[in-house]
Structure formats: C-alpha cells, structure tokens
Write a protein that binds this ligand. Structure first.
Ligand SMILES: [Zn+2]
Length: 213
C-alpha cells in the first residue's frame, strides 16, 4: 500500500514537473493533428541506450511550432499522402544533463551539447528532429535510421553517398524533400544529421529565448 502510494506520488510529481517545464510552449499535435510524434528518448531504443524522459508529446516554442505546422502544410501540398513525423522536440536542460553524463568521455560526446556551455536549441524548444511518414504511418527511407551517428547521416555529400552505394537515390530524394519544406518554413539544416533542424542560432536563442529547466 505504502509502495503504491509512493509510486502514485512519483508519477504525479513527474507529470507536474513536465507541465511546469513546458509552460509557454506548444504541443505540436494541438495545432496540427496530421503530424505524428514518436519521441525517441521516451524509450530505451536510442543511441544512449536508456529511456531519458517520461513525456510523450512534442513541445516547441510557439514560433518554431508555427513553422513546423507550415512545413507540414507545404509537404502536404506537394503530396497529401505524406506528413511530418517528429522524433524529438523540446528537451529540458535536466534531460540534457542526463544525456551528457551518459556520453561524456565516449566517442558520442560530440553529438550531445554540453549543458555547461548552454546546451543546444532543443533545450529552448527551438530545434526539432523530424522525418517524413506516409498515410500508413511508415517513415520514408532516409538512408539511415534517425540518430544514426555515422557519416551516412551527413547531408553535405549526399550525391557521393548515392554514387558509392551508401544510401539510395530514393533516400537522397526524400531527404531533399524534407529539407525543402523545412527550409521554406524557416528552419536551418544541420550538416551531420539529416533529421535535425534549428529554428534560429544559438547566439539568438541565448539572447532572446528561455532555456527549459
Ligand atoms: Zn536534434
């Protein structure tokens, strides 16, 4: 009985924390229910190898959320059978610290922003990890899985990756479609991760936006 009460209390605390942390941010599915969400750090099957948080919604700063909605509309104008599929959005700094502690001193540390240096744009709700899915809910081939820490995830030499058979021509085309709609909506791509898009620069975020605690 006592244990059950404690569990209930812990669950309640975790829920409240998440709600407080995401105050002022937008749940993307509330403004566009055609977008699907499958947060990769809400389960253990990610590059850290551990579940990083308990929430399942993709929260973003209102400006970034509006831009994602716009990107999804652009995509659906091109092909109504497609929609954006989100893998990560706002990430509280406490989660960033947890991730950093896991990868610090390993080969993966270059892929995680150090909280001591102010973190990254996910920590402001100004970055999104995203792919494209079809009406069956299947994600389109992109050459690698999301969060694959390999040069095959890089976007600067895609033609070479196609030519050398590392990714398919279809995957390259799908990545280009994703970049086209995201960039048209105001996002910037990242050279080393086809799935990651920033809404602004780190300098601008630090000056004008609030870190999610
Ligand atoms: Zn990202």
């Amino acid at each position: 009985m006592k244990k059950r009460l404690l569990t209930l209390l812990l669950v309640a605390t975790a829920t409240t924390l998440a709600a407080q942390n995401f105050k002022g941010l937008v749940d993307i599915r509330k403004i566009d229910s055609t977008i699907t969400v499958e947060l990769m750090y809400a389960k253990a099957d990610n590059f850290v190898g551990e579940k990083m948080y308990n929430f399942s919604k993709a929260y973003l700063h209102p400006k970034a959320a509006a831009a994602v909605k716009r990107a999804n509309s652009l995509l659906r104008e091109i092909n109504p059978n497609l929609h954006l599929h989100i893998y990560d959005a706002a990430r509280p700094m406490s989660v960033q610290q947890k991730m950093w502690n896991k990868v610090k001193g390993t080969a993966q540390q270059n892929y995680v922003s150090n909280p001591a240096n102010g973190g990254g744009l996910h920590n402001y709700g100004l970055a999104v990890d995203v792919s494209i899915a079809n009406s069956k809910g299947d994600t389109l081939p992109m050459g690698t899985l999301v969060d694959a820490l390999t040069h095959k995830s890089h976007i600067d030499r895609e033609q070479e990756l196609v030519r050398t058979g590392k990714i398919s021509a279809e995957a390259a085309k799908n990545r280009q479609l994703l970049r086209r709609v995201m960039q048209q909506a105001g996002f910037r791509p990242l050279r080393s991760e086809w799935w990651h898009f920033n809404f602004t620069t780190r300098a601008d975020a630090r000056k004008n936006y609030r870190v999610i605690p």
